[in-house]
Design a protein around this ligand. Sequence first.
Ligand code: GLN
Length: 243
Amino acid sequence: MPQSIHILHMFPDLLNLYGDKGNIACMQKRLEWRGIACELTRCTFDERFLDFEKVDIIFLGGGSDREQKIVCSALLQYKDKLKAYVERGGVLVAVCGGYQLLGKYYALPDEKIEGLDILDIYTEHGSPRLIGNIVLQSESIAQPIVGFENHGGRTYIGSHTPLGKVVKGFGNTGESGAEGVRYKNVFATYLHGPLLPKNPQLCDTILEQALKQKYPDFTALAPLDDKMENQANTYMQNIILSD
Ligand code: GLN
């Protein structure tokens, strides 16, 4: 039977800073190139989504403080379902504002945005904003992860495992040397925009986790010709590290 993966993009209308949705296109293409079908559902702010049982990957992008406040109440309706989805090993990719909302709260100077409490983390607004290119080294992914970050929030991850160690850049707090969180099949990060096109090994790790969850016999993805993608990744590493 042909394999297929169902991606749910939550709030693409509000959480899509720097074109985070390009990451969806990257996952779709890397599946299709291997003959794996990909179904995509977009759940906008005005819609309701209930069938988390039928989803293999959930994507939550980044947004400004204003958009996060708007999304927050809608997202909290799904709190129990999303928590259950994560605990049973569902794949969740969350970027920046989406990452912050997975925690207990995001404290702004004048208010506290309640989070989903999926991760035992919290975020506090700080100054200055942490902006720039970043390189990480993850324990489980050989290829260094390159990207761009722009956040006022400082995220304290307690005993969670980070997505990677900061080689250059700011990361979760600008001081901890940690970036993002990797918990079960949650990949949470401050790295914006074309995260997955820039990091093909990270993209494939995410896809493999989703396929392993859905198909217990699944072993590994067929390799792709990633010469150009890998060159682009190395080029960015060199630029960022020599800066
Ligand atoms: N509003 C959050 C912050 O500035 C997240 C911003 C973003 O998604 N870039 O910390």
